[in-house]
Design a protein around this ligand. Structure first.
Ligand code: ADE
Length: 227
């Protein structure tokens, strides 16, 4: 079973449209869609926004629906200059930018017992690179910073970028990464840029959510054809 997870309905809608037929199961106040695609069984869901929602949904997909690999799809705000609206980037590693016990002398993003950065699966990342090559698409890779904040302020954006050398910011990836890593499930996190996380990002987000979400969702589904 392969899990495809997004945070918002818009982020999984293109996948549900492409698989056409699916069965809906309600569990833990969420909906899970079971489908077949390219000889693979899929469980598809959107978690709702934020780290806790994403962690719950990823856990359910693994523990209840027996997902043995998880692909995350969605949109993100760009931190690095090279990334523009509509660009695709997969995570090489992820961290939580809002995890802060610096009062005790620890670095930002760190709590005892957990590394700051969680690495993604190199086999799935390689499949993504092959998919991009075959489709003639530009696919970047980099560090994803996750936190329960929609970043739309230059000073916050610069702080996250400088503190973690992060390339994009979003609100779920690192929590999903931690769940998958601790449960031993290989995972992949893909984001298409919806905004540049500075002043006015909320307007770009509203304008580009659907189109960027589709870029990411279509790519993830192409990867499923290779799994
Ligand atoms: N997801 C998409 N854009 C974002 C932003 N600017 N901040 C946090 N999450 C996002």
């Amino acid at each position: 079973m392969i899990a495809i997870l997004g945070a918002m309905q818009e982020e999984i809608e293109p996948i549900l449209k492409s698989v056409k037929e699916y069965k809906e199961i309600e569990y833990a106040k969420n909906k899970f869609y079971l489908a077949n695609y390219a000889s693979n069984e899929l469980v598809i869901a959107y978690s709702k926004i934020g780290k806790v929602n994403a962690a719950i949904t990823a856990t359910v997909m693994i523990e209840k629906f027996n997902a043995s690999r998880l692909l995350f799809t969605g949109v993100a705000g760009a931190l690095s200059h090279g990334l523009k609206i509509g660009d695709l980037m997969f995570a090489t590693s992820l961290l939580q930018h809002d995890l802060d016990i610096t009062a005790f002398g620890h670095p930002h993003g760190y709590v005892p017992g957990i590394e700051i950065f969680t690495k993604t699966d190199s086999d799935l990342n390689d499949i993504a690179k092959q998919t991009a090559e075959q489709k003639g698409l530009i696919l970047k890779s980099g560090i994803i910073a996750t936190g329960d904040i929609f970043v739309c302020e230059a000073s916050k954006k610069e702080w996250i970028k400088d503190t973690f050398k992060a390339d994009v910011v979003e609100m779920e990836g690192a929590s999903v990464a931690q769940v998958c890593s601790q449960l031993g499930v290989p995972f992949f996190v893909l984001r298409a840029i919806s905004d540049e996380a500075g002043g006015g990002a909320e307007f770009d987000f509203d304008e580009f959510l659907a189109s960027s979400a589709k870029v990411s969702a279509d790519f993830v589904l192409s990867m499923v054809e290779k799994l």
